[in-house]
Design a protein. Structure first.
Length: 435
């Protein structure tokens, strides 16, 4: 039997981190062994995570080598500087949070201009030092870095340049094309440095991968090279083998973080009008949010008379939230109305596909998320301002609820399974080391 090739995966988000950021490489690590690769994970010992999910610890493959090293997190000082509690969770969208006061604005300015590419820059040098020693003592056939945080790409870049190890850079989100980049109040030198480092990463890596077609085109243009797509996906083994009983109420569910940028007024307008036009709809409606939910949700719900129908829940572990999704009548997918929104495909979309429940998407009708939803016949998509169309879509699924129509007429989505996507990753790794 041939010995497995070894790939070093450099990632920040790893269990007990919760949320979508951890899923991608946890699942890659789970399935790479099926395709001749043994993963070795290099991650942080004391990460600052917006959510933790200890249930994911049970998904780590038996015998997997995991190297955890300490990191200095400047968010401790951010909390002290802005008067927050030491154990308070930092919202990843704190760049775009409004009305946070002058101290918050100063902290954002300092973070944006002097912590480049991000607040994890202090982990680069100690990681390079440690991994150089590790590589000299152990055989490593390839390296994967995944960002954000994009500081991790700079760790891999240094190892590539020194040891000529084949390197795959995985962009789960864009770098300078991320929606909040232009809101960072960057000084000219800082913006130039971001763009220079991004281009160096793109041009130095042997292969570059991202999660959507639009982002692949944009990164290819920046780096003047080919960029491949491996979307996020779902793991069939995470979902109940038997179909759960659907909720008694007409539940619209959103699992995971719901930021201000995703909270579109048209959604509340549509629900409000349907409530007034159809008394039975008002009796049956329930809207559930699980996880970090922006305060604007309650504000708009109350503004449009929907407050009594909205329920905010704490973050649920992954093994529990998949059951909630599978029992919902409708799953809400709300895309940011901002720059570069066409390429944004939330990781939860693929778990929605696996739940086999209908998807109600508010977002660009020509975006990558819309394409996946429509090609798989998994739901309906309406634009950010199209209230009438959104009302029609909600009523389509409400009538399914009224008529007891429990089946979603979805076509085969197996190409988005984590195992199949990992097979594609393994093929790229094989090509990379063969060249």
């Amino acid at each position: 039997m041939l010995a497995k090739k070894k790939v070093l995966i450099i990632c920040y988000y790893w269990p007990p981190a919760g949320g979508s950021g951890v899923q991608r490489h946890l699942k890659f690590a789970k399935y790479l062994r099926h395709f001749g690769w043994e993963p070795i994970v290099y991650t942080v010992h004391n990460g600052e995570y917006p959510e933790t999910d200890k249930s994911l610890l049970h998904e780590i493959p038996t015998g997997l080598t995991i190297i955890k090293r300490p990191i200095w997190e400047p968010y401790t000082f951010y909390k002290l500087f802005t008067g927050r509690k030491r154990k308070e969770k930092i919202n990843p969208n704190f760049f775009s949070q409004k009305n946070q006061g002058i101290l918050h604005q100063i902290a954002i300015f300092l973070r944006s201009n002097f912590f480049i590419p991000d607040a994890r820059m202090w982990w680069i040098k100690p990681s390079v030092k440690y991994l150089k020693d590790y590589i000299q003592k152990h055989s490593i056939d390839a390296v994967i870095s995944t960002g954000p945080p994009h500081s991790l790409h700079l760790i891999a870049k240094t190892l590539k340049e020194e040891y000529h190890i084949p390197w795959l850079a995985d962009f789960r989100d864009p770098w300078t094309n991320i929606d909040y980049f232009k809101k960072l109040s960057l000084l000219p030198f800082a913006e130039e440095k971001h763009k220079r480092l991004e281009k160096e990463v793109l041009q130095t890596a042997d292969r570059v991968v991202t999660v959507s077609n639009t982002w692949a085109k944009e990164l290819a243009e920046i780096g003047q090279r080919k960029v491949e797509v491996i979307t996020n996906g779902f793991d069939e083994t995470d979902f109940p083998a038997t179909k759960p009983t659907l909720d008694e109420k007409f539940t619209i569910v959103h699992p995971g973080m719901f930021s201000r940028a995703r909270n579109h007024e048209v959604f509340w307008q549509a629900l409000s009008e349907l409530k007034e036009e159809h008394p039975f709809f008002a009796k049956d409606l329930k809207v559930d949010f699980y996880g970090i939910t922006d305060s604007s949700v309650v504000e708009l719900a109350k503004k449009y008379g929907i407050g009594n129908y909205v329920y905010l829940h704490d973050y649920l572990p992954h093994d529990k939230i998949v059951k909630v999704m599978s029992a919902a009548w409708l799953l809400l997918l709300s895309v940011h109305d901002s720059q570069n929104l066409q390429g944004f495909v939330p990781g939860k979309l693929f778990e929605y596909l696996a739940s086999k429940r209908p998807i109600l998407c508010i977002g660009p009708e020509n975006g990558d998320s819309a394409r996946i939803i429509l090609e798989t016949k998994s739901g309906l998509v309406s634009g950010f301002k199209d209230k009438d169309k959104l009302k029609i879509h909600i009523m389509v699924y409400y009538m399914d609820y009224v008529n007891g129509q429990k089946e979603n007429k979805q076509i085969d989505v197996s190409k988005y399974s984590r195992k199949e996507l990992t097979h594609r990753l393994a093929n790229i790794l094989n090509e990379m080391i063969d060249n």
